[in-house]
Ligand binder design. Sequence first.
Ligand code: BEZ
Ligand code: FE
Length: 286
Amino acid sequence: MQLVTEDNITELAARRWSSAHDPRTAQVMAALVRHLHAFAREVRLTEPEWMAAMRWLTETGQISDDKREEFILASDVLGLSMLVVQMNHAFDAKATPATVLGPFHIDGSPEKEFGGDMSDGLPGTPLYVTGTVRGLDGSPVAGAILDVWQADEEGAYESQIPGIDEARLRAKYATRPDGTYCLRTIAPKGYSIPMDGPVGELIGGTDISHFRPAHVHFLINAAGYEPLITHLFQEGAEYLDSDVVFGTKQELVVTFEARDPGPTPDGGEAAGSWLEARYDFVLQPV
Ligand code: BEZ
Ligand code: FE
């Protein structure tokens, strides 16, 4: 019989979980047990606190569905998602850094031509994002696919608006033979993460800002290169230094230059004023 004490329970539990048949699962579970126990010992976790944590986890599961990923949001605000991204995408210093995917990417966005408008007449200041996709040696990458998505002026993503049956503020663009791309959209605004669930309840009891700075999301795929999940952030935007999900990086901050009515980068003509963000993405070879 194995008698349990406060002193030996951690080793007993870790050893038991080391019996997982898959070696990596055994390693991860034993370490999880050790760190969980160390955490409980450090804070001298009480029974009411343990019960509150169990209730919080239950509610986090209950509010989640195929459109709402509250556990991922929890991981994001704890900085875990961004830590995992950084450990697993340690690119060359010259490559564009990766950031979190976030919960609002939708597969199967429509393909648009060079300069195509992914805002489809939604209210907002016109924004052209232009540049070249390159390899580490500076050579242009032809045929890279930029999958782009963002929130509207109210901070809402397509999946947060009920009853939408066509793509909203998302599209795919291919780079031309010289590696260049051009997309038209509306200027993004900073927005709050969903605060009506267990994550919001936790954050509401702190001084943590629940906002993200204005940004556009990119997922770039090109043959021979690592997929790049990243964002571009507007220089000078509010919340750049307090992003609630720790997704901001200096290399991803870009100036949105104000432009007068006149020629636009897609060869068109703007009747009103507009913004231009120029950015060259640099991909990490496989
Ligand atoms: C986003 O930028 O879409 C996002 C990322 C993480 C959590 C919430 C939103
Ligand atoms: Fe976002």
